[in-house]
Design a protein around this ligand. Sequence first.
Ligand SMILES: C[S@@+](CC[C@H](N)C(=O)[O-])C[C@H]1O[C@@H](n2cnc3c(N)ncnc32)[C@H](O)[C@@H]1O
Length: 235
Amino acid sequence: MASQPLAQPSANDAHHPNPVRAPPATHTLLERLHTLSSEQESRLDLLSIPPDAFHTAVADQFVALEQDKCQFVYALLRASGARTIVEAGTSYGVSTIYLALAARQNAAALGGVARVIGTEHEAAKAAQAREYWREAGVGDVIELRVGDLRETLKNEMGSVDCLLLDIWAPMALPALKLVRPHLRPGATVICDNTIASAERYADLLAYVNSDPAFQHITVPYHKGLGLMVYYPETK
Ligand SMILES: C[S@@+](CC[C@H](N)C(=O)[O-])C[C@H]1O[C@@H](n2cnc3c(N)ncnc32)[C@H](O)[C@@H]1O
């Protein structure tokens, strides 16, 4: 979609300007997908689902990263010039569209190649995600690895600028451990729901909070958004 002019995004409201540069049709698609996801979540109480029933209960649900968090992640990626981004948990690929837009715009501004590596266990979700990405014009930037991320993230990924953990909680630490050797100094790791799901993320939070390589702050979005900056040589 590089040949299409990017729309000046309209503000979501006067106090929450939308930072995302994208064609109008992509904004329309994102609005539609966020609305679908929110409607589904309003019928589910995700935090009341026991961990062992979670996978089956939401196998066909969006559970997309909320729009305000997606916009924050996009702005952070633009600020950090991220071009290689790994997403643990892609579902129908809503957040992935933001990652792809940011990576492509960073590559155009700074050089290099935009690359977003998504991971999704459910084949039907993966197929539909590819349709949405085609509609958004970002499919060429995204490499979707279908299967269990504990296997798919063992494969090559280059030097990683950002890891987004938007995944069932037991998978977050395995994903971080697989991607960690590829994180460049100054890379960011973002994890959704670190306040609301703190108990479920106990292993991940203990791991990053006890390791000085990770500088961890909670961004106070709904249910919390963990932001970790990775410097392996931090003293
Ligand atoms: C919260 S959703 C991701 C939402 C997505 N980031 C978005 O904003 O549209 C988490 C996804 O992780 C997938 N998932 C769970 N365990 C997985 C695993 N072991 N390997 C790959 N994907 C997995 C689920 O099928 C689900 O679609």
